[in-house]
Design a protein around this ligand. Structure first.
Ligand code: AHR
Length: 613
């Protein structure tokens, strides 16, 4: 029975309670929300990004063509280009099964080219069945210039190829094809169905750009003196300005990231969906298994200055140094940034906090109205978490970011997690959470947990499910809220729960009590996370079977503790009868192998509790 007291006043729920967390993981940006249809458009893919890449990934050459990296390049930040011999051609296969075009719709082609006099480029769209749009011809001559053409698709296809042929010797770069029909018809725009699905959630904030990709890799910039760093942390200045001048990066999740969606596009999208932008900047301590603290004070000061410049880019007048760059990109009006997070899941709490305090002091001195958000490390409990919270509490930090991925049972059992949080301490930003699965039971467990967030809305101020997007053919992390391929997108049950809460945010909690609390410690079935068992080492003799009873794996793992090490995030997967943990290392392996053969199993798990524990 549920007893409700309509006269009592529970916590006030802020309008900003629920938002989304966008990270370029699972090809959420390139090959996802970013509407660009050409993959590897600037020939910057490299085996240094991913062992399975070549400079010509996604391209097929007919005749003679080579990727060059020499002084003939388009610019210093876009170092490779394609040299195409006279009478040769290339085709690009886009993402998934190919380039998707729809009958009657328009597609905008552009390319930067330089060529010998008298050269003609012939550009077309086709699939195995033939032409998809009337080919265009363009005369190309002299030094680097941008050329454009528009196609109207004569048929619908998800298997299209963009073909570029040259009559004379030519150099090509930034070969691009966008649907005219982008979200809000913006140039350099977003894929409409995905943007609209996010908008339909009515998010109050957008946390971006990550996640692990923010604070992993080198903290150096992309420059000659830094050796043209390929694996850089996410540094916002790399991501603004003309797209052909944005140096691509090796994404932490194992692929090349174009930065076609950069900070300007994140701010613009947040504004378009009526959400507050909430950027995360690297804290100069790496996370996500790369636990290093940078001791270079000059580098730290440069990042702190970059963060101050970011606030000016977002909020400064169009006459200020960085506000002027925003205006030049098309947005003279400030974006109205109010919150900013420093760091993500750092595993070295003391080192992280020392640097956080320097960021915070500099930001608060110049922009006292900005809320600077700290974090609590990668786990929902344990010594790192406790130390981080102690430091945050003692320093009277405004808000602390917490992350956890756990079993549905955990979410049911921890509905009261925030009941005991200090009402006078820092507020909570639940920046990432999910129960480990996209099944209905996961969504229901999350819904139950969210009632606990709302009951504690005086402490929990912001919450976002994670991750948001996944391209079904490039998965590094599951579960995810919205799934897609090159021609369709679909919502998970978890999405529907989020939408229900996000589009019906109450003003105030009406206190209630329940009797007959459901038993949440019953048998575990389904694709559940084993991390609690794994790390506690309290169980052995674990057997996992598929729904039809087929043995998938089973062993007495007690003598091999390393097989039970789990980073506390992600879920377990089964591949060809062997089990794999989805920790960072395994995810990288998956990407490297480019293995499309991952399966979801409905797992049934039986474990014997170790005696004495
Ligand atoms: O949401 C996926 C990853 O989970 C994020 O990048 C990271 O912050 C967390 O470990």
């Amino acid at each position: 029975a549920i007893t409700v007291d309509p006269t009592a006043q529970g916590a006030k729920i802020d309008d900003t309670m629920y938002g989304v967390f966008f990270e370029d993981i699972n090809r959420a940006a390139d090959g996802g929300l970013y509407a660009e249809l050409v993959q590897n458009r600037s020939f910057e893919y490299s085996t240094a990004d991913n062992g399975s890449y070549t400079l010509l990934t996604s391209w097929v050459v007919s005749g003679t063509a080579q990727v060059q990296n020499d002084t003939g390049r388009l610019n210093e930040r876009n170092r490779n280009y394609l040299s195409l011999a006279a009478g040769s051609s290339v085709t690009n296969a886009g993402y998934n099964t190919g380039i998707r075009v729809e009958q009657g719709k328009r597609y905008d082609f552009s390319v930067w080219a330089r060529a010998e006099a008298g050269t003609t480029l012939t550009v077309g769209l086709k699939d195995a069945a033939g032409t998809l749009a009337t080919a265009r011809q363009m005369a190309v001559y002299g030094g680097w210039k941008k050329y454009t053409a528009t196609f109207t698709a004569s048929r619908t296809s998800s298997h299209g190829r963009l073909a570029v042929a040259s009559s004379g010797a030519a150099a090509l770069d930034m070969v691009s094809l966008f649907p005219r029909d982008t979200y809000k018809n913006q140039s350099n725009g977003l894929r409409k169905d995905l943007a609209e699905k996010i908008e339909a959630l009515n998010p109050s904030f957008v946390r971006f750009p990550g996640g692990c990709l923010v604070n992993t890799g080198s903290m150096q910039d992309y420059s000659e003196s830094s050796g043209w760093q390929r694996k850089r942390s996410y540094q916002w200045k790399d991501t603004i300005g003309p797209v052909e001048e944005r140096a691509t990066n090796a994404n932490f999740w194992g692929y090349n990231q174009s930065y076609g969606i950069g900070y300007y596009e994140y701010f613009r999208f947040s504004e378009d969906i009526g959400a507050m932008p909430l950027p995360v900047v690297p804290a100069l301590v790496t996370g996500c298994g790369q636990n290093r603290a940078t001791d270079d004070e000059a580098l730290l000061q440069r990042h702190i200055q970059d963060t101050l410049d970011l606030i000016e880019f977002a909020n400064g007048p169009a006459t200020s140094t960085w506000g002027k760059k925003r205006a030049a990109m098309g947005h003279p009006k400030p974006f109205g940034l109010t919150h900013l997070a420093v760091g993500n899941e750092e595993n070295l709490p003391n080192e992280y906090f020392a640097r956080f305090q320097k960021f915070r002091a500099a930001i608060e001195a110049k922009y006292p109205d900005i809320t600077v958000i700290s974090n609590s490390g990668p786990d929902d409990s344990g010594s790192t978490f406790d130390t981080a919270w102690k430091l945050n509490r003692e320093a009277n930090v405004d808000m602390v970011d917490e992350h956890y991925y756990n079993s549905p049972q955990w979410f049911l059992q921890n509905n009261d997690r925030y009941d005991s949080y200090d009402r006078n301490g820092p507020k909570v930003f639940l920046g990432e959470y999910a129960s480990q699965g996209n099944a209905l039971k996961n969504a229901l467990a999350e819904a139950a947990f969210m009632t606990g967030l709302e009951r504690n809305a005086d402490v929990v101020k912001l919450a976002s499910y994670a991750p948001l997007l996944a391209n079904e053919d490039y998965v590094q992390w599951r579960p995810d809220m919205i799934w897609f391929n090159n021609h369709a997108s679909w919502n998970s049950a978890n999405y529907e729960v989020q939408k229900l809460f996000m589009t019906n945010v109450g003003d105030r909690v009406v206190p209630s009590t329940a009797t007959g609390t459901p038993n949440v410690s019953g048998p575990i079935t389904g694709a559940v996370g084993l991390s609690t068992w794994a790390t506690s080492a309290a169980y052995d003799d674990v057997k996992v079977t598929a729904a039809d009873g087929t043995a998938l794996f089973g062993d007495d793992f007690s003598g091999d503790a390393s097989r039970w090490t789990h980073n506390g995030t992600g879920s377990w997967s089964v591949q060809d009868g062997a089990y794999v943990q989805s920790d960072a290392a395994a995810e990288n392996t998956m990407v490297t192998a480019g293995d499309p053969s991952w399966h979801d199993y409905d797992l049934h798990v039986k474990a014997t509790k170790k005696s004495g524990k």
